[in-house]
Design a protein. Structure first.
Length: 302
């Protein structure tokens, strides 16, 4: 969700807070991430014309590919991060927790069986598979929201993916906890996808604010795909001219870095977020206009 509190974060940090639950209840307020006071990384992805494209932040294929990383690959990735924990928290590579049995949610996520002392890497991989979301997206989200890969803290684990903390209210503590946060963020991305008409930002022309403060203004963004619409429904701001001109700061009074940081982090860690696996051929199921993932490949099909 969104957060009103504007805070100065370090260069390795990113956006604000939000919380989530494992119950299949949609929160009363729209999820999303709050305005970042400072950028999260030092490099910036640019589009083919040399500029950040607010209408196409990530391809559907990159966003919805649950097979992008295995649990073992996620674990190695976490171990490779430079981690400076705070408040006695473990680094994400060392984090474990008992996870609950989570029932299936129609059209959104498959059931997830609980496990004892499950690693964070396994949680991320299993939630990604259950909800048809790329584990890379979840990793970037954890860093964008709470710097959980590089500077984990007790509060960061509670609000890991920035879910259920609105800009104008306190966080809903029912949604606290690492598993809850990862699961609910993935669930919410699927909800945006299967019911796009129920949410504010959709493929096509949209007026999107630069900041929670409406006096900062808004600009028209032509959203090109469902994955980008999902990011705006979760973090409903676009970077303004000041932010784009100074992606590593200093921040202006109307700067928000959330979606810009998502793009920059993804590019830094995994390469171009606009990449697709099937150059020149994108199966209709990967467009996700109706929220339906591709069926499993049938090796015996003619």
């Amino acid at each position: 969700m969104l957060g009103t509190v504007r805070r100065a974060l370090s260069v390795a940090a990113a956006t604000l807070v939000a919380a989530a639950t494992l119950a299949g209840v949609t929160p009363a307020v729209t999820p999303g991430a709050a305005a970042d006071a400072a950028p999260a990384v030092s490099s910036q992805r640019v589009s083919s014309d040399g500029a950040f494209d607010p209408g196409r932040i990530i391809s559907d294929d990159s966003f919805f590919n649950p097979d992008a990383m295995t649990a073992a690959q996620i674990q190695r990735f976490l171990e490779d991060r430079t981690c400076r924990p705070k408040g006695g928290s473990p680094c994400l590579a060392d984090f474990r927790m008992d996870t609950p049995d989570t029932p299936a949610s129609a059209e959104r996520c498959d059931a997830i069986a609980g496990r004892d002392r499950e690693r964070a890497s396994s949680i991320i991989a299993r939630v990604a598979a259950a909800c048809t979301i790329s584990p890379r997206v979840l990793l970037v989200l954890l860093q964008k929201e709470q710097s959980l890969l590089t500077a984990p803290s007790p509060s960061g684990y509670q609000k890991a993916t920035g879910y259920a903390c609105p800009d104008t209210a306190e966080c809903d503590k029912r949604y606290f906890g690492f598993f809850n946060q990862v699961y609910r963020a993935a669930w919410q991305f699927r909800e945006y996808t299967v019911h796009p008409g129920d949410w504010r930002y959709r493929i096509g022309r949209n007026s999107i604010q630069y900041h929670p403060d409406a006096t900062c203004g808004a600009g028209t963004v032509t959203i090109a795909n469902q994955a980008t619409a999902n990011l705006y429904n979760y973090t409903p701001y676009q970077p303004d001219a000041q932010t784009l001109a100074h992606p590593s700061g200093p921040a202006g009074d109307c700067s928000t870095y959330g979606n810009l940081n998502f793009s920059r982090l993804y590019d830094r860690w995994f390469g171009d977020p606009l990449a697709v696996r099937y150059s020149g051929l994108i199966p209709p199921c990967l467009v996700y206009t109706n929220g339906i993932p591709c069926p499993p490949m049938n090796p015996f099909a003619p």
